[in-house]
Design a protein. Structure first.
Length: 348
């Protein structure tokens, strides 16, 4: 599917609803609350589409479960749950993100979809939540493991911290990635440090180590973790020995870092894991077409609900790594009834 085909196919909001219903239920609606298929379709009271309380048209199709007596639509329990953005714009955003090899920023979605930046930022993080919702169990077989560091050089930062003896202390964030050499699936984890216990914990969460042949570099924190372990010595200039190398992981790191620098420019430590899972999904599905990748993502949307409160609870302002801007004064906020007291607004 091309961008033109997507725009033409989902120009009608009703078509977007029918498409999502077909992908999620395949013609057999099931209650998202109790999983019962004993459901009843609630037809609109009029021959045309439904209308909201404000009189606007709504193409939402509603069912009622005969078991738990609750009403639902195909969006309940998905990344689309509770959204007020047209579903056709959601599908367009999904296609734009999965077809962009270097990712798509919230500012791009804001311009392309004609929505606010806050809505675009929340939308793209919900889509990343769906990208991470495809865990098929622990990896095993021949696995490549390597770590990298994200963040700028201390010498390029204003007010950098120093350690003992006046040495500059790095504040980069390490990421550990594991790649299945047979399937090409990759999983990345943001870790606090590269100590042995930390590396082992991250590997055990993603890899079945007793059934794994591990390929790494010469770093000692990988020693003794897998049933079989082979390492290349980068210090001695060895990067490939037979079929042993870390090139797959390093190629992923190279693409990830170029995309962050060129598309997002700056990523907070608290949200770095979400961006890593986005590029995990893009790398793991790189052999799919854009249309297949979009369908795969919509399938993953089921069970990937993310609330805005839950999203900002792990943000840099909430966790104290970035100070909250002063924003408007209480008098200014009192003069704007539409602005909630807890809203984040940049300084004027």
């Amino acid at each position: 599917m091309s961008l033109q085909a997507v725009a033409k196919r989902f120009a009608d909001e009703a078509a977007a609803w029918e498409y999502v219903e077909r992908l999620r239920w395949d013609g057999k609606p099931a209650c998202p609350f109790c999983a019962s298929e004993n459901v009843l379709y609630l037809a609109p009271r009029t021959d045309g589409p439904r209308t909201t309380r404000t009189g606007n048209k709504s193409y939402r199709r509603v069912w009622k479960c005969r078991e738990c007596k609750r009403q639902f639509s195909c969006l309940v329990g998905t990344i689309f749950s509770g959204t007020k953005i047209p579903l056709s714009k959601w599908l367009m955003a999904i296609y734009l993100i999965v077809s962009a090899k270097n990712g798509a920023s919230a500012l791009e979605l804001q311009r392309d979809l004609g929505i606010t930046y806050k809505s675009a930022w929340f939308m793209v993080h919900r889509i990343r939540e769906a990208m991470a919702n495809g865990d098929s169990g622990k990896l095993f077989g021949t696995i490549v493991a390597d770590e990298t560091y994200f963040g700028g050089k201390p010498s390029n930062r204003h007010g950098y911290t120093t350690g003992h003896g006046g040495q500059r202390r790095s504040t980069k964030t390490p990421i550990l990635s594991v790649v299945d050499k047979e399937t090409g699936e990759i999983r990345s984890t943001v870790i606090p440090n590269t100590k042995y216990k930390t590396i082992r914990s991250a590997l055990e969460a993603n890899v079945d180590l007793p059934r794994t042949t591990l390929h790494t570099d010469e770093a000692h924190h990988f020693d003794g973790l897998a049933a079989e372990h082979h390492a290349v010595n980068h210090t001695a200039g060895e990067y490939v020995r037979g079929d042993v190398s870390t090139n797959m992981a390093e190629g992923f790191f190279s693409q990830f870092k170029r995309s962050v620098d060129g598309t997002y420019h700056n990523v907070s430590k608290e949200h770095l894991g979400r961006y890593a899972r986005e590029f995990d999904f893009r790398y793991s599905t790189r052999r799919m077409s854009d249309g297949e990748r979009a369908m795969n993502l919509i399938h993953r949307a089921d069970g990937a609900f993310l609330s805005y409160r839950g999203l900002i609870a792990t943000g840099p302002v909430a966790l104290g790594s970035r100070s909250r801007p002063s924003g408007r004064t209480s008098q200014q906020r009192a003069g704007a009834a539409w602005l909630p007291q807890t809203s984040y607004r940049p300084a004027q």
